[in-house]
Every structure is written in structure tokens, then in C-alpha cells.
Design a protein around this ligand. Structure first.
Ligand SMILES: CC(C)(COP(=O)(O)OP(=O)(O)OC[C@H]1O[C@@H](n2cnc3c(N)ncnc32)[C@H](O)[C@@H]1OP(=O)(O)O)[C@@H](O)C(=O)NCCC(=O)NCCS
Length: 149
């Protein structure tokens, strides 16, 4: 069932919150990096119109809608900087099972921020949303992703 009242998830150094239109430039910047796009489903550079459509679309979605990805913006608590996003999609035919994914801007890798975001997201999914299983897939060459998840 959709979590319509969702606002944010707090971790010590990051928070996972809803996207807003002010995230566009940061979002386009990291999605347009060839290094970031390498193992992902999009190509760099990422078109501005696609970014606008993405943010407009995600703003009317809620977490925990079967068969639909919800993307959370990941923000640094200290500075308010948006540093990436993570997503969760309950399977359409068994919403107790959720797939997750993560992307951080390259300048913010190697600090444990993805680990922290994953931890608070897993806690939300298993505890607040009562999920049964959470899965993450990644390209076998994507060692940074495999270590984190
Ligand atoms: C996947 C991705 C989000 C992981 O980011 P990351 O920065 O490597 O992951 P973390 O933030 O958890 O950082 C872990 C690293 O920080 C180090 N680190 C530093 N301080 C840390 C802390 N306080 N806590 C935990 N780890 C810390 C760890 O030792 C670890 O280093 P290592 O990679 O050399 O082992 C990132 O590589 C990315 O955005 N990739 C492009 C998009 C992508 O491919 N996504 C996955 C698709 S499946």
C-alpha cells in the first residue's frame, strides 16, 4: 500500500527525502557523468528534459507502490547538499519483496554515505513497511556497488 504520508528518513549524516524541482541541476550533473552511468540503465549525458520529466513524475509518486520505483533524494545533513538518490520498487506480483538501487555523485563516494542510506532504507522497508525480502542487483564489474549492498 502506498506510503502517502512519507516525508523523509533520517540517518546520522544523510537524509532520504522526496525530490523537489530545486534538485534538477545536481541530478543532471551526476546522471551525466560517464563514470556514474557506466553500469546503469541510462546513457550520459542525461538530457535536461528527461531530468525535468523524472522530477515532475516522481513528485506525484509515493514509496511502496507495487510495480513502481520510488526514488528518494539523498541529502547531506551537514550542508543540505543533494548528493544522489536511491530507489525502491515492490514487485508487482509480490509487493512483500522489494528491489533497491543507489547512485551517488562521484565526489561523494568512499565516505560510507551509500552504506548509511542503505541501512536506513532497509530499516524502513523491513520495520515500518513490514517487507519480507529486499534484493539488489548489480553488474558483476560494479565492485563499489557489490561491496555496499
Ligand atoms: C554504488 C555506489 C552508490 C556506492 O558508493 P560508495 O561511496 O562506494 O559507497 P559507500 O558510501 O558505502 O562507501 C563505502 C566506502 O567508503 C569507505 N568509508 C569511509 N568512511 C566510511 C564510513 N564512515 N562508513 C562506511 N564506509 C566508509 C569504506 O571503507 C568503503 O571504501 P571501499 O569502497 O574502498 O571499501 C556508487 O559507487 C555509485 O553511485 N556508483 C554509480 C551508480 C551505480 O552503479 N549504482 C549501483 C547500481 S547497481
Amino acid at each position: 500500500m502506498a506510503d502517502e504520508s512519507f516525508t523523509e528518513l533520517g540517518a546520522p549524516r544523510v537524509r532520504l527525502r522526496r525530490f523537489n524541482p530545486g534538485d534538477l541541476e545536481d541530478f543532471l550533473a551526476y546522471r551525466s557523468s560517464a563514470e556514474i552511468a557506466r553500469y546503469q540503465s541510462w546513457d550520459a549525458p542525461y538530457p535536461r528534459e528527461a531530468g525535468e520529466r523524472f522530477i515532475e513524475g516522481i513528485m506525484s509518486e509515493h514509496p511502496d507502490m507495487p510495480g513502481r520505483w520510488f526514488q528518494f533524494a539523498v541529502e547531506l545533513r551537514g550542508t543540505g547538499q543533494m548528493i544522489g538518490d536511491c530507489g525502491a520498487q515492490p514487485l508487482a506480483d509480490d509487493p512483500r519483496i522489494v528491489e533497491i538501487g543507489f547512485t551517488l555523485a562521484a565526489g561523494y563516494h568512499g565516505h560510507g554515505y551509500a552504506t548509511e542510506a542503505a541501512s536506513v532504507l532497509l530499516d524502513y522497508l523491513f520495520t515500518a513497511r513490514g517487507k519480507h525480502r529486499v534484493a539488489a542487483n548489480c553488474d558483476a564489474r560494479n565492485t563499489a556497488s557489490a561491496r555496499g549492498t
